[in-house]
Design a protein around this ligand. Structure first.
Ligand code: NAP
Length: 335
């Protein structure tokens, strides 16, 4: 993070307005996943004064296992791909500010971006690429054993479970990818799925079914997690018969999808789909002129096709729109 790029004043400061406008960005990108990182590269190449504000670098990609469908890489770990993205953004000197955006408000021709750390940023346009927040199971024991057996990041924690018995909850691509990665370390990998059919791509399903370390527990949900200092077992319940049973475990990886941060979107005044995704047109324009959105948080992206390449493409498109808005409204010689 480069503090040289930050405006940090309190609202009470004398002359705060002057200080706030001393640095006006062309675009602030909120979110550092593939959509945001791709937007940063395109924005820099358009000559836009740009910063990324993000809680973490890489978004969901950093928590993915092996990525095998991103152009240019036949097989790369999500964490390594994130490093490549970061390297690329740093090449263009775009500052990455680690913070959480609380609100965005229009202020005349500009927008003010307010963060959890109490900073304010002035910008001509905003690109929202915050992705989604991971769902939790919301069962007793989940918080107690978070970091003591319960994990939300297979690539981060898989090596800790060498020779151990683990389970992955979920039936989508994330669960499949996590389970496959875990087989490289654990002695046994259960997949706990609430239905009798996986949602994951066929490619993954074939790999799961032929892997001798993987066993799928169908039609079952986690009711509780128990242990001592560390997680020791999950209490499962069959969805059809309601019968409960215990599964001894060392680790449990929660991979049950994610939801958009609706509260933030509502505060900003963005028009949303019924399930809380930002409505955008084919140019990634939202209902607020000057605010664009891209990636997993927009309603244009199919729910079952959250792909890195789609997010990256949308991030580039959002910048195309932001650039045209800036040139039309502020001209080439803006200060
Ligand atoms: P997802 O596709 O929404 O799948 C979530 C899974 O968790 C579903 O199987 C769902 O069950 C289950 N689930 C949801 N809530 C649950 C709960 N409370 N208790 C138990 N199970 C629950 O999410 P995802 O797997 O994270 O994937 C998200 C997106 O990322 C998708 O578009 C996916 O294609 C993409 N992705 C792609 C790749 C890749 O291409 N390599 C890798 C990872 C993710 P039901 O099936 O019954 O709904």
């Amino acid at each position: 993070m480069s503090s040289a790029f930050k405006i940090s004043v309190t609202k009470m400061d004398f002359g705060a307005a002057e200080e706030l406008t001393r640095k006006v960005y062309d675009t602030i990108i909120i979110g550092g996943g593939p959509a945001g990182m791709s937007a940063a590269i395109y924005a820099a190449r358009y000559g836009l004064d740009t910063a990324i504000i993000t809680e973490e670098i890489g978004g969901q990609v950093g928590k993915a296992g092996w990525v095998e469908n991103y152009l240019g890489y036949t097989r790369i770990l999500g964490t390594d791909l994130v490093n490549k993205f970061e390297e690329h953004v740093k090449y263009y000197n775009v500052p990455i500010i680690i913070d959480s955006v609380e609100n965005v408000e229009r202020d005349g021709e500009l927008f003010r971006v307010y963060t959890l750390n109490g900073d304010e940023y002035a910008t001509r346009t905003v690109i929202i690429s915050v992705g989604e927040k991971r769902r939790k199971l919301n069962v007793p024991g989940e918080d107690t054993y978070n970091g003591r057996g319960v994990s939300y990041c297979a690539p981060c924690d898989a090596p800790l479970f060498k020779g151990k018995v683990v389970a992955v909850v979920g039936g989508g691509d994330s669960a499949a990818s996590a389970a496959l990665l875990l087989t490289e370390y654990a002695s046994k990998v259960y997949i706990i799925h609430r239905r009798n059919q996986l949602r994951a791509q066929k490619y993954y399903q074939d790999l799961l079914l032929k892997n001798p370390k993987i066993e799928i527990i169908w039609n079952s949900v986690v009711k509780e997690l128990q242990g001592d200092k560390l997680l020791r077992k999950a209490i499962l319940q069959r969805v059809d018969t309601k019968e409960t049973f215990e599964l001894p475990l060392d680790g449990l990886f929660v991979e049950i999808g994610a939801e958009p941060p609706v509260d933030l979107f509502k505060r900003i005044g963005l028009e949303l789909s019924q399930d809380g995704y930002i409505r955008v047109n084919h140019l990634m324009e939202t209902n607020i002129p000057g605010i664009y959105a891209a990636g997993d948080c927009v309603d244009l992206t199919p729910r079952d096709f959250r792909q890195i390449v789609v997010a990256a493409g949308q991030g580039a498109l959002a910048v195309y729109s932001a650039y045209n808005y800036i040139i039309k409204r502020f001209g080439f010689n803006r200060k």
